[in-house]
Design a protein around this ligand. Structure first.
Ligand code: ATP
Length: 346
């Protein structure tokens, strides 16, 4: 099931529940705020570090609101515009998104003209001139909009208009207690995709993940768990399945076996007893050719896993994915659609 649908289900499940925000888990807090946003037409500003889930949340808010059957358009303001016959700027997209939602990602990267167009749209919505009011719901995301205002790169009046409904996504390092819950969610999802029976994290893996700072937030945790699920052979993920995380943390060592030395046949000396149990290091990027039943996996399965991996590895950048997988963009889009991943790539 695509992530935004999963999130939308979570948001709907909480609907009607007395809306208390204190004392609930981070996932629940976000879902409740998103529910409020979905039931309003006011602009939403989602603030969080990269990889915190702003894009997934924006889509889920749209899907839970009354505009869900109308267009959801995304303007990645931090990326160079692609050559396209369709509009790529604020004013053009506002016309295309009529009746629906325009999600402006990394809004602090909007240039002066884009900021003016957006402010004009919000001003006309505010002014309530029904006949001229652009019927587009605005959701914006950013990581430090107040800082951009202070530095004079972002209009202050636009900032205040955008944050009618603010939602702050906390970095993972500020919600360490919630890391096992997030991890369990990803494990369940990837284990099901890979047809593996993995029940969760071992205690040492949970401790390892909780100590790490996760600068890439949910996206990085998700990628680490995806690789771990692929590598895992037992019912629990252990710290050896997270070599990159372990190598970033001082004090935790994963033993890497030495290159085996052939003993001279004339030697009668017994091999020295190992001083510590070594854990074989496996390539964290390796895809297993054998399934849990000991049989070879199909080529279709391998292809699907390679595409999923590329999607995570290149963080959804389609041109990089198609270039490195050696397939055209249209073939890539077709395959993503067949795998039900087109929503995650959108
Ligand atoms: N609530 C959630 N539950 C499960 N997974 C999530 C959730 N939110 C985000 N993710 C996962 O985290 C990753 C990052 O999410 P998303 O792309 O929405 O972040 P972002 O803040 O928009 O990132 P960026 O600004 O860097 O593009 C995605 O791959 C997504 O699958």
């Amino acid at each position: 099931m695509p992530l935004s649908q999963l999130l939308a289900d979570e948001i709907r499940a909480l609907r009607g529940d007395a809306a208390r925000l204190d004392g609930c888990s981070e996932r629940e807090r976000i879902a409740r705020l998103a529910d409020r946003a979905a039931r309003s037409a006011l602009p939403v500003l989602i603030e969080g570090e990269p990889g915190s889930g702003a894009r997934a949340l924006a889509r889920a808010i749209h899907d839970c609101g009354e505009r869900k059957e109308r267009p959801f358009l995304r303007l990645p303001a931090g990326e160079a515009p692609v050559q396209s016959e369709r509009p790529t700027g604020v004013s053009g997209l506002l016309k295309e998104a009529i009746g629906g939602t325009l999600f402006i990602q990394d809004v602090e990267c909007l240039g002066g003209e884009g900021q003016n167009d957006l402010l004009d749209c919000l001003y006309r919505q505010d002014a309530g001139r029904a006949h001229r009011r652009p019927d587009v719901r605005i959701i914006a995301s950013g990581s430090d909009l107040a800082g951009s205002v202070r530095e004079g790169r972002f209009r202050e009046d636009l900032f205040y208009r955008l944050q009618a409904l603010p939602i702050t996504l906390r970095p993972l390092r500020a919600q360490r207690d919630a890391i096992p819950e997030w991890a369990q969610l990803f494990i369940g999802r990837f284990a099901a995709d890979e047809g593996k029976k993995i029940r969760g994290l071992s205690a040492d893996a949970a401790a390892l993940l909780a100590r790490y700072d996760w600068p890439g937030n949910l996206r990085q945790l998700e990628n680490a768990l995806y690789r771990a699920v692929i590598m895992a052979e037992g019912p629990f993920l252990t710290s050896t399945e997270f070599p990159q995380v372990a190598s970033h943390l001082r004090g935790i060592r994963i033993d890497i076996p030495p290159v085996p030395v052939l003993r001279a046949s004339s030697s009668t000396r017994p091999a020295p007893a190992p001083e510590s149990e070594h854990v074989a290091r496996r390539d964290p990027h390796a895809l297993s050719l054998i399934n849990d039943a000991g049989e070879m996996v199909t080529l279709a399965d391998l292809e699907a896993r390679a595409i999923r991996f590329a999607l995570a590895h290149y963080q959804g950048r389609m041109s990089a994915i198609s270039r490195h997988l050696g397939i055209g963009r249209s073939t890539l889009y077709r395959k993503l659609k067949e795998l039900g991943l087109d929503d995650e790539a959108a």
